[in-house]
Design a protein around this ligand. Sequence first.
Ligand code: ADP
Length: 220
Amino acid sequence: MSDKKAQRVVVIGLGRFGTSLAMELIGRGTEVLGIDSDPHTIQRLSGELTHAVVADTTDEDVLRQLGVDEFQRAVVAIGTDLEASILTTSLLVDFDIPNIWAKAISRQHGQILRRIGAHHVVLPEHEMGERVAHLVTGRMLDYIEFEDDYAMVKTIAPAEAVGLPLGESRLRAKYDVTVVGVKRPGEDFTYATAETVVHEGDVLIVAGRTPNVERVAELT
Ligand code: ADP
């Protein structure tokens, strides 16, 4: 199979999430087959995607006619209609598509999608809500949590790190975190080394276990 064919993506359900995802893929030069049961949605996107088709994706024959069973990557971005989301995902699993991402609108929905065989489940609203909660209540400028309780934060350098090379500040020994990058106001991020001297007002990217990076982000 050619590289291009392996890379192309079928995006099912072109609501807000599906549309931004499809447009981002197009912007990165990936071929996208977009499918939605709503003709107006497809009309709106027909000039934008590689192919945009009106179809009900809970119908196995329709999916086969569209060649969906030959894709290596599929995203089910149907949210509110649980039945359609679950049925569509299970058909893609039956087709043995090796990379299936599915959007869930609740944890329970996500659990079902995982159980029926979706390889990746995303809960955009929950995940973004959690992330923004960290930003609203703390001093963090940005926050990403990975699996296994590991996170990265963007935060203003705490006073105890200022004026010293990172190797001499006690951030690692005291909080068990790693400073990955440093940004001086008006400059680009640079990789942090033991010799990097932190100045007041610098922005740090700090990685480590979630409670540890949270503690560092709370320091003033
Ligand atoms: P968002 O919150 O991202 O806008 P929605 O769940 O509201 O997501 O939108 C999902 C999209 O999926 C809608 O455009 C809807 O027309 C489409 N959709 C729903 N059911 C089906 C189906 N059976 N086949 C194809 N598309 C569907």
